[in-house]
Design a protein around this ligand. Sequence first.
Ligand SMILES: NS(=O)(=O)c1ccc2c(c1)[C@H]1CCC[C@H]1[C@@H](c1ccc(O)cc1Cl)N2
Ligand SMILES: [Zn+2]
Length: 260
Amino acid sequence: NGNHWGYSKENGPDVWHKNYPVALGSRQSPIDIPRQVSHDPSLGPIVLDYDHCTSINISNNGHSVVVNFDDTDDRSVIHGGPLENPYRLKQFHFHWGGKGCDGSEHTVAGNSYASELHLVHWNAVKYQSFDQAATAPDGLAVVGIFLETGDDHRWLHTITDAMYMVKYKGSVTDFKGFNPKCLLPSNLHFWTYLGSLTTPPLHESVTWILLKEPIVVSEKQLGKFRLVLFTGEEEDQRLRMENNFRTPQPLKGRRIRSSN
Ligand SMILES: NS(=O)(=O)c1ccc2c(c1)[C@H]1CCC[C@H]1[C@@H](c1ccc(O)cc1Cl)N2
Ligand SMILES: [Zn+2]
C-alpha cells in the first residue's frame, strides 16, 4: 500500500515514526560506537556454531537481499558473549550505499563503512517462533559485520552471482549449502549493546553484537549489490536498491560494552 516504508524522502527513516512510533524509543538502532568503550572482562567470547547450517534460499524483500535458513532446530546457533541462551540463525542480509558512498548502519567514532552484514538469530529457548521473539526484549541477537572495500572477497561471489536471480522485489531462488562462516573476519572481538531492528517494525528486541574487524570486499563485488532493485517486475518504476541504511540513533544513556 501507499504508505509502505522504504528509504526514499517520502517513506524513509525520517518519517518511519509516523507509522512506527517506537522509532523515537529509548533503545533504537543503529548507533555510533564512540572511540572509548568500557571493556567488560566478564564478557566471554562469542561462539558461532554454524557447522551444520542449512541455507534454503536467497530473496529480495524490497528492502534488502536476504539469505534464509532452516531454523526448525538448533543446527546453527550462536552463544556466549552477552547471551544467556543459544540463539538460532534465521537469516542474513546486507545494507549498503550508492556508487562510491558508504552504506553501513552503525558507525565507529563517526566513520561509516561501505556496507554492513547482519546475521539475525532468535531465542528459541524462551520463545516458540521468530515472530514472538521479534517483539521480546531478549528475543533477537544480530551479529553485525562491517564491509570495507579493497581486494575481492573470495567467497562473496557466490552471493553476488545469486543476486542476478533476485533482481526484482518479491523474487526468491534456491540457495542451499551456503555457510556464512566464510563471511567472518579473522577475529571475533566485538562491541555489544541493547537495541532494535534497524527497519520497521523497529522492535526493541535486539542484543547487538558488532564485530570490530571488518571484512574486505571489492568495489566490483559491491557494484553487483546495486544491480538489485527495490521495485517489482510488474512496476513501471525501476528503482536501484542502494542506500538502504538507517543513520545512527540517540544512545539515550545506554551502556556499550567491549569484549577483549
Ligand atoms: N536490519 S535488522 O538486522 O535490524 C532486521 C533483522 C530482522 C528483521 C528486520 C530487520 C525487518 C526487515 C524486514 C522484516 C523485519 C523483521 C521480520 C521479518 C519477518 C517477520 O515475520 C517479522 C519481522 Cl519483525 N526481520
Ligand atoms: Zn539489517
